[in-house]
Design a protein around this ligand. Structure first.
Ligand SMILES: Nc1nc2c(ncn2[C@@H]2O[C@H](COP(=O)(O)OP(=O)(O)OP(=O)(O)O)[C@@H](O)[C@H]2O)c(=O)[nH]1
Ligand SMILES: [Mg+2]
Ligand SMILES: [Zn+2]
Length: 304
């Protein structure tokens, strides 16, 4: 992989804009271009990639642990799905799809509820109370020291990507944890109560012996963030289904419309939240509708 590199140095990509990459090596930050072969093979380097550089050129990408399409980054241990209790209004469907996508790539999702000062007006925190994911509270505006400590412990020694809608406070959270204004933040549009897509590019920051990747918010979730082969593992991404797996009438039950489905019975009696089940069905529909060629096209575009 390093065939074209003379005396290469190893580093981590902290930022990539318009073909120009910032790589952190033991000698500090370096601006690099990538070898043309990555573009030719449609495998561009991603933020979080461990790379080999020489003379201002990225000449090799070391094997990836994983990569995500949204947010677009590589080598992630945990995804903090940042959710604001209000402003913008939380979108539970996107939360469920994002959490599923992360788990499919061996990334542990953590639900991080921000803007506690606004109150749980949409009931999103309550709705996820019994969902067996790691969860954390934060109010970036008036931070509770205990909440900050807990978040820091969830990051320590890991690479954590921040995902979620525009305006939920991802960059504000980076600034709070780094205790300096390293990431640009923007206010919420008063009329639309939505974020303004302030962060335009993923950026990796060092933090507590770990790394945190700030990413641009996104509002729509595309089927292409999944892969056709994800179908088999999907129900495992809804850990509250686990007690019912294997109890359906058919051994290969997909929990969609098969008779005698134990998961759907659990939904009907309120043991599984209906919204979460609907998130599962939506993900299932997305993945079953994916055509392999279409997904290849997305991989090409995203360089995965
Ligand atoms: N009320 C309240 N506002 C907050 C809190 N945390 C962040 N904000 C505000 O939310 C707005 C958006 O914050 P950003 O950090 O720019 O949001 P973002 O998720 O990075 O948004 P994008 O970069 O567009 O994806 C800013 O005006 C912040 O001051 C909080 O705990 N409470
Ligand atoms: Mg931001
Ligand atoms: Zn079933």
């Amino acid at each position: 992989m390093s065939g074209m590199c003379s005396a290469p140095e190893e580093g981590v990509i902290v930022k990539g804009v318009g073909g120009l990459y910032t790589v952190r090596t033991s000698r500090g930050l370096q601006e690099c271009r990538a070898r043309g072969i990555f573009r030719k093979n449609n495998t561009p380097p991603l933020v979080g990639d461990r790379v080999l550089t020489a003379d201002g050129v990225i000449c090799g990408i070391l094997p990836r642990k994983n990569s995500l399409s949204r947010p677009l980054c590589a080598n992630i241990d945990r995804l903090f799905i940042v959710i604001s209790l209000a402003d913008p209004e939380p979108n539970t469907r996107n939360i469920d799809l994002l959490a599923a996508c992360a788990q499919l790539r061996d990334i542990e999702p953590v639900l991080v509820f921000n803007k506690l000062d606004l109150g749980d007006v949409y009931g999103v925190r309550r709705a996820y109370g019994s969902v067996p994911f790691l969860q954390a509270d934060i109010c970036v505006r008036h931070p509770d020291p205990g909440d900050v400590q807990r978040l820091i412990r969830l990051i320590e020694g890991r690479t954590v990507a921040l995902g979620g809608a525009s305006g939920v406070g991802k960059s504000s959270l980076v600034n709070l944890l780094r205790q300096s204004d390293v990431a640009l933040t923007g206010d919420i549009s008063r009329k639309l109560r939505r974020g303004r897509n302030t962060t335009r590019h993923a950026q990796l920051f060092e933090l507590c012996g770990g790394r945190i990747i700030d990413t641009p918010g996104f509002s729509s979730f595309l089927p292409e963030y999944f892969r056709p082969e994800d179908l088999q593992a999907l129900s495992g991404c809804f850990p509250e289904f686990a007690p019912y797996e294997g109890k359906c009438r058919f051994a290969d039950c997909a929990h969609i419309r098969e008779p005698g489905c134990a998961v759907r019975q659990a939904v009907d009696c309120g043991a599984i939240a209906r919204g979460r089940y609907e998130g599962y069905v939506a993900a299932h529909e997305y993945i079953s509708g994916l055509k392999p060629w279409k997904n290849d096209e997305t991989k090409r575009k995203n360089g995965i």
